[in-house]
Design a protein around this ligand. Structure first.
Ligand code: C2E
Ligand code: CA
Ligand code: CA
Length: 536
């Protein structure tokens, strides 16, 4: 080969290689991205399916718990009426029945079974953390297809049973959306209870995901084949080959930028705390049965020098991650003491709710902080109501110890955002709680035909069966307040009564409530806010 030709060939090869490098790179990158996206999608399906399954299990458990009292005298008209009512109002429950201690079905939602019919009670599955046992899917008289029976043993040895369809555990999920060998399976204590789709008979899943159904010792497994996982990548390979490189670059740049911003934001948090940039706002909590303000929830706000008022949703997670939440809550409690101490001292019926993060129940510091602040500002410990989400209610010795010590000190404890975690009744019963805060999604569902509205009722009944006082959150309409009052819910908090207020305005709210009644306080506060719009 002549020298010039050789040079030309090298040049062409180099150009091709250099041109191909970003293309190959971006193809590889988008391939990984497609896998990543498919994995995320599967993870997301597993989490949503776990939520769905949890809702079903909790509904069934609550329907059984709710029937214990009506079943105290065995089968009679009242029990059958109760069974019917629950079967009718909870779409998940196909039927309820009473089984005598010698294993005979004596009555169901459909009436008396005459003569009582022997029924299968084995082999039962009893997941840890559940008071209910389950019989795996089988043909029963309750429904055309196989049903799962949930069993609750009564003190005298008889049983309550509730039938539900295995499909209710997987409803709303479309196996076809996961390709040829996509599937979703709900497993309870190791026993498969429901499956949709078909796993490949011999090949292992190309991608899979799993999620725990809370404390039910249940899990959701999801799997999918290679063709499904890579389908979007194949479709777009040509286009993404070019664009991918640029997008990858932008993404990397964006991620780096975001990382830096997050880092600096957490530094800003500690700085903000030192520079006294935080404020405490108070959202009134109303006694629904007596139409009286009974206190407030303390909500933190950040008056950022450049960003104005930052709502907590934007920084609490970061404060938790970085540990700043501990000094931040200590500061908040002192501020509550300083601002509300005198009012709390003159009116012992007022409570202030303080939000705790999971990190708080890992150490006894919070008990010491509460003790110190209560004594310094003359607050009775029972006037402090700590709010802890189900996320923070972990079955570990440290958490139990902190909760016990707080209760010994005399502060009260609420489970916050109830219904959005995965706790079962048996789990919640393990902790000494005073209040249950019904999350706003359930309040928003009131008056709607959605299944969630039924769940609202279940959540209220559940709180009653646990003997806990209830606080409904996010009450925005008169109709919601009326419904909750009629259902015997004790307290409520929400925009229909008042938005979160600065300390002075909250004190005015309490004074108007005492002088003119709740309606007067609400009207005055709405008027005042008309003049000074609130960002909370
Ligand atoms: P959360 O504990 O569930 O607090 C109730 C949230 O609902 C508050 O939002 C409140 O402003 C809002 N809200 C009240 N009434 C209504 C209503 O009628 N409708 C609607 N749509 N929303 C209503 P905020 O103040 O933005 O707080 C958000 C979350 O930030 C709180 O949720 C809580 O989890 C967290 N948080 C706030 N302050 C603190 C704090 O001091 N410490 C900790 N650890 N978390 C805090
Ligand atoms: Ca709260
Ligand atoms: Ca809440």
């Amino acid at each position: 080969m002549k020298r010039r030709t050789r040079k030309a060939v090298i040049l062409v090869v180099c150009t091709v290689v250099i041109a191909a490098l970003p293309v190959a790179g971006s193809l590889y990158y988008t391939h990984e991205q497609a896998l990543d996206a498919s994995q995320k999608h599967l993870d997301d399906v597993a989490v949503r399916a776990a939520q769905r399954a949890w809702t079903v299990l909790l509904t069934v458990e609550a329907a059984l718990a709710d029937s214990v009292f009506p079943a105290r005298n065995g089968c009679n008209e009242a029990l059958i009426r109760h069974f019917r009512d629950r079967t009718f109002s909870l779409p998940t429950v196909q039927g309820l029945g009473y089984v005598t201690d010698d294993g005979r079905l004596a009555c169901t939602s459909y009436g008396i079974v005459d003569p009582p019919r022997p029924v299968r009670l084995e082999p039962t599955i009893q997941p840890d953390g559940s008071i209910v046992r389950f019989l795996p899917p089988a043909e029963t008289a309750f429904a055309p297809g196989p049903t799962i029976i949930a069993l609750h043993r009564l003190r005298d040895g008889s049983w309550l049973g509730a039938a539900f369809a295995p499909e209710s555990l997987t409803n709303g999920f479309e196996p076809a959306s996961l390709g040829d060998h996509g599937y979703l399976r709900v497993v309870l204590a190791g026993v498969p209870m429901a499956t949709i789709g078909e796993p490949h008979p011999s090949a292992p899943d190309f991608l899979d995901a799993r999620a725990d159904v809370g404390v039910y010792q249940a899990e959701v497994l999801v799997g999918a084949g290679r063709a499904w996982a890579l389908a979007p990548w194949r479709r777009n390979a040509l286009v993404t080959a070019g664009v991918g490189a640029a997008a990858g670059l932008a993404l990397a740049f964006g991620a780096a930028h975001l990382g830096r911003k997050r880092l600096s934001l957490s530094a800003e948090l500690s700085e903000g705390l030192e520079n006294r940039e935080f404020e405490v706002w108070y959202q009134p909590i109303i006694d629904l049965q007596q139409d009286r303000c009974r206190g407030a929830e303390a909500l933190i706000r950040w008056r950022h020098p450049e960003r104005d008022l930052v709502p907590p949703d934007l920084f609490i997670a970061l404060a938790e991650e970085s540990g700043v939440i501990i000094p931040m809550t200590r500061w908040l409690m002192r501020e509550v003491g300083r601002q509300m101490g005198p009012l709390l001292a003159t009116d012992p019926s007022l409570h202030i709710g303080v939000n705790l993060a999971p990190a708080h129940v890992a150490s006894l510091d919070i008990v010491e902080d509460a003790r110190r602040i209560a004594s310094e500002f003359g607050i009775r410990p029972h006037q402090i109501l700590f709010e802890l989400t189900e996320r923070g209610l972990i079955d570990q010795p440290e958490c139990r110890e902190v909760i016990e010590e707080l209760s010994r000190l005399g502060t009260e404890l609420a489970i916050d955002d109830f219904g959005t975690g995965y706790s079962s009744l048996a789990y919640i019963e393990k902790f000494k709680l005073d209040y249950l805060k019904i999350d706003k999604v359930f309040v928003a569902a009131i008056g709607h035909a959605a299944p969630l509205a039924k769940l609202t009722q279940v959540v209220i009944d559940m709180a009653k069966s646990l003997g806990l006082k209830t606080i409904a959150e996010g009450v925005e309409t008169e109709a919601q307040a009326r419904y909750l009052r009629d259902q015997g819910v004790n307290y409520a908090q929400g925009y229909v009564f008042s938005r979160p207020l600065v300390a002075d305005d909250f004190r005015v709210f309490v004074r108007s409530d005492r002088e003119f009644g709740l309606a007067g306080a609400v009207a005055q506060q709405h008027l005042a806010l008309g003049a000074a719009p609130d960002v909370a």
